[in-house]
Design a binder for this molecule. Structure first.
Ligand code: FNR
Length: 476
């Protein structure tokens, strides 16, 4: 099919947990990467996600039931981004692949992650010793999606076994195989086995993407060609070299790291990247300078604003926020406003609306959104005053926020619903999204809610970094 992503003669950004999020992928593309892999995303988590077109950020988000954005992508990378998944189940793999296929250029399966987290579920490197499963997953994907399918493997202890696995993989119809030239037990510090990669490249006709050279073989852009030659591969995939300085992809030579970090941050702000993720990536770039004055400020930062301040980008932060807010306002169309006519009843702002429980996700309510918003604005907590009328025992609630009152003119069957309705009136009349299911403009606060989950997120990150500084879910 015309326009299908080719894996021949490419230099790719390797899949990397936490590193391979949208800002890093876009930056790698700017610097010259031909293909960018996202971080590995586990099928069990992805199947629960729903696809949201985020009109404010102009992205497509795959959002988990707890409102975490698991995968964010955009038009700019659509022809170049490979979605990597962790899976041990052909059916589930296909469900996930179909969920994302129209937003990505290819689908990859991680068959090399040696971490227990992956292998105990039969994923990652566990697949290397189950070629029937490998074949079943890849055949299912190749037959079930319209985009190219690839996989990323490690080498097996015997060269013969490695080659026979590669030949079997080729027969499934995949477009390419990425080979990380290390055995399952080897750590990233061990030398890469270029001879094994070379043997695979000779054994199959499809492109082989050589991987594993960052530590000692690929230090500059010029080394990429040497690594290709050493491995007999047409293509190369870089992980750590790109994580330390994404401008490794520049044929004109790398840029000063400070400039690269600023470009990274610009993308992070533009795409409302989670501050803890941005911080992680910046710390990888700072490397041994993480204890410098700048490094300490980056480490201490809790928000995108604080990260921007650390780099002297306060104005850029404000400007980006202003642009995003303006886009959000523009999205509140005149038609939408007409359906939500605001009238004043004395000093109370009113709208005629009922709270529709089914319009909101189970764990989110407008009251929660309003509370979260007021906290962010450093306002007093909203207060609710509810009355019940005698004739039908129905309820009506008035919420006060910053001395302003809001309520629905329609009465509700319960106190709880009446409070929610008044919260909706407040949020709508102030133009703050309220978290309704399927309302694209509501994707915006979902990202904000993510920041509230940051303690949990931080905890998770601490747990998933092992002694080598390698994440549990990565390290292939
Ligand atoms: C990885 N790696 C990895 N591999 C993979 O298939 N999926 C993933 O999500 C991850 N995650 C990940 C995170 C981080 C921080 C690192 C450093 C590595 C492995 C990576 O893609 C690559 O195979 C190895 O790092 C070897 O390549 P380099 O680093 O020598 O270029």
């Amino acid at each position: 099919m015309a326009g299908r992503l080719s894996f021949a003669n490419i230099t790719a950004l390797a899949p990397m947990v936490r590193v391979g999020t949208l800002p890093m992928r876009l930056l790698a593309l700017d610097y010259g990467a031909d293909v960018v892999y996202c971080e590995e995303l586990i099928d069990i988590k992805m199947v629960q996600c729903h696809r949201v077109e985020n009109e404010v950020l102009q992205t497509v988000d795959f959002v988990a039931p707890d409102d975490r954005v698991m995968f964010r992508t955009c038009e700019k990378e659509k022809q170049k981004v490979v979605f990597q998944m962790g899976t041990a189940d052909p059916e589930r793999a296909l469900t996930v692949a179909r969920l994302v296929e129209k937003d990505v250029a290819a689908i990859d399966v991680n068959m090399g992650c040696p971490k227990e987290y992956s292998t105990k579920g039969g994923m990652g490197a566990a697949l290397l010793s189950d070629p029937d499963k490998v074949e079943a997953i890849l055949r299912k994907l190749v037959g079930g999606v319209s985009v190219p399918v690839t996989c990323k493997i490690r080498i097996l202890p015997s060269l013969e076994d490695t080659l026979s696995l590669a030949r079997r993989i080729e027969k499934t119809g995949v477009a390419a195989i990425a080979v990380h030239g290390r055995f399952k037990e080897e750590r990233p510090r061990h030398p890469v086995h270029c001879d094994y990669i070379g043997a695979v490249a000779r054994a199959v006709a499809i492109p082989v993407i050589a991987n594993g050279g960052s530590l000692d073989l690929v230090k500059t852009h010029g080394d990429i060609r040497a690594f290709k030659e050493a491995t007999g591969s047409t293509s190369v995939m870089l992980a750590r070299a790109a994580m330390w300085n994404p401008s490794i992809f520049r044929s004109a030579g790398p840029l000063p790291l400070h400039d690269v970090m600023i470009q990274y941050l610009k993308y992070a702000l533009r795409y409302d990247n989670h501050a803890f993720n941005s911080k992680y990536c910046l710390c990888q770039m700072l490397r041994d300078k993480v204890e410098s004055v700048l490094g300490k400020r980056v480490q201490a930062a809790q928000t995108n604003r604080e990260l921007s301040d650390a780099y002297g980008l306060e104005d850029l932060f404000k400007e980006t926020q202003k642009q995003l807010e303006a886009r959000r306002d523009a999205l509140l169309s005149p038609e939408w406003r007409q359906d939500n006519v605001i009238t004043m009843d004395g000093d109370v702002t009113t709208m005629a609306l009922k709270f529709q429980r089914r319009e909101y996700p189970p764990q989110l309510t407008p009251k929660m959104f309003l509370l979260e918003w007021s906290r962010r604005q450093k306002m007093e907590q909203p207060t609710y005053q509810t009355v019940q009328r005698a004739q039908d025992r129905a309820f009506q609630s008035t919420v006060t926020v910053e001395d302003r009152k809001y309520r629905s003119s329609l009465w509700e069957k319960s106190k709880k619903f009446a409070e929610q309705a008044s919260a909706v009136v407040c949020l709508r009349s102030l133009g703050i999204p309220e978290g309704r299911v399927g309302a694209e403009t509501d994707a915006w606060p979902q990202k904000r809610k993510m920041e509230d989950n940051r303690d949990a997120e931080e905890k998770r990150k601490k747990q998933t970094v092992d002694a080598d500084g390698e994440p549990e879910t990565g390290g292939l």
